[in-house]
Design a protein around this ligand. Structure first.
Ligand code: NZQ
Ligand code: ZN
Length: 388
């Protein structure tokens, strides 16, 4: 553990089939005005909306609503929610949905009492939140991002064509509580389910690659990756397999609640490229990550050969006998590609709506951070062309 760290995570998790029973006791901790935020239709179709409204009524809350939050939530929706928070003197923002709804709520909380241009201050300049923060609680319906237990908020500024992630200081915008019932994810369409699964896998790889330390986090990341592969296969066979869906849900939350990142050098370049792909195509986040990952790792593995060999052996059980390190590393990346195909994820950018003209714009606008190697715009373009 070579890098010093401070770890804190203030989100209380209620997990399992009975998790909703904790909603009344959580709601009673806040004042009477609640902003309920959700997506387009799924929570009404599943009946969860009625269930939540009933609990809000029982606990005597005045409820205002913001619905229709897009996948890849938009800054205009953040501003609309911020207005509702101010006008209704909201005491708690309740997010019911996936990462997009939760991220939007964090944006709303940060922006409601911001003095000045919140986009510029928080997403462009990375400033600390200056105004009052309204607490957030979540009821998770789609698993992948871990937004339910972290302080990240990825928002798309549709006018500027920028999808920008912001990790707020730990604690500031973490949900105060999150309710995780794996059964709520049964109704997630298969395309979104595999998108979420690959998002989790990508979070684990982004944290695993980037340094050659040998610390506790590396072993925990390997365990989470192996658990996820096994649970993903079981959920593909039977989407109503509770054990599989609950394992995927917890792999996700653990995958980006920062516990596995302590003392780690990390990468996150695949996410930077995907965010701009999302800004141009509005594609599902995990699908975009899957398409970019294989050409990206084939491009950078030489800079971290030792770690890619370890990945091939410990995650994909590649047999190194008689092979060079380079062959083992590449075989590990091939296994990753096979896993993406097994999930039924598209393999090309065309299939998610990218056009050839978009590629230089995405390459130019993607943040270049890298781990083993910081790519240039030309290299990012090469990676994008390899999966176009
Ligand atoms: O809008 P509704 O009707 O609710 O439908 C949603 C949406 O179309 C649907 N859905 C959710 N729960 C469902 C369901 N459909 C049926 N049954 C259910 N139970 O699923 C679709 C996708 O939902 P969304 O919230 O967009 O997915 P996800 O959780 O993958 O979130 C993606 C967003 O999170 C960001 C991504 O960039 C993207 O904007 N991320 C946030 C991170 C964070 N806060 O730390 C980290 C991630 O790396 C990621 O960047
Ligand atoms: Zn992600």
């Amino acid at each position: 553990m070579n890098i010093d760290f401070t770890f804190e995570n203030p989100t209380r998790i209620h997990f399992g089939r009975t998790a909703m029973q904790h909603l009344p006791e959580e709601l009673r901790l806040y004042g009477s005005n609640v902003l309920l935020v959700y997506g387009k239709n799924s929570i009404k179709a599943s009946g969860l909306y009625d269930q939540v409204i009933a609990v809000l009524k029982e606990t005597g809350k005045n409820v205002c609503e913001l619905s229709g939050i897009n996948s890849n939530p938009r800054y205009s929706q953040v501003l609309e929610g911020a207005r509702l928070v101010r006008e209704n003197h909201v005491d708690l923002i309740l997010a019911v949905g996936g990462g997009s709804v939760i991220d939007c709520c964090k944006g709303i909380s940060a922006s409601a009492y911001c003095d000045g241009d919140a986009w510029e201050k928080y997403w462009m300049q990375g400033e600390a939140v200056s105004g009052r923060i309204t607490p957030i609680g979540t009821i998770l319906t789609m698993t992948g991002t871990a937004s339910e237990m972290n302080s990240g908020a990825v928002i798309t500024n549709e006018e500027r064509k920028i999808k920008q992630g912001r990790v707020f200081p730990m604690g500031d915008l973490n949900p105060r509580f999150s309710i995780l019932n794996p059964e709520f994810t049964y109704s997630v369409p298969r395309y979104q389910m595999v998108s979420g699964i690959f998002d989790i896998f990508s979070h684990l790889m982004e944290q695993y690659f980037g340094g050659d330390d040998d610390n506790v986090s590396d072993y925990l990341l390997e365990g989470d990756m192996r658990a996820l592969i096994s649970a993903a296969r079981a959920a593909l066979r039977d989407p109503h397999n509770y054990e599989a869906r609950s394992n995927i849900m917890w792999c996700a939350t653990m995958g980006l609640n920062k516990i596995l990142a302590v003392s780690k050098k990390q990468d996150w370049e695949v996410h930077q490229i995907e965010h701009q792909l999302g800004a141009y195509t509005d594609c599902a986040h995990g699908i975009g990550l899957a398409i970019i990952s294989v050409p990206y790792y084939r491009h950078i593995y030489r800079y971290g050969l030792h770690r890619f060999v370890r990945y091939a052996r410990n995650i994909w059980d590649v047999d190194p006998t008689g092979k060079s390190d380079e062959q083992v590393a590449l075989e590990g990346i091939d296994r990753l590609s096979d896993f993406i195909a097994e999930l039924g994820i598209p393999q090309t950018l065309r299939e998610v709506g990218a056009t050839e003209e978009m590629l230089p714009l995405i390459a130019e606008s993607a943040n270049k951070i890298g781990g083993y190697h910081t790519p240039t715009t030309e290299e990012v373009l090469e990676i994008l062309r390899a999966c176009y």
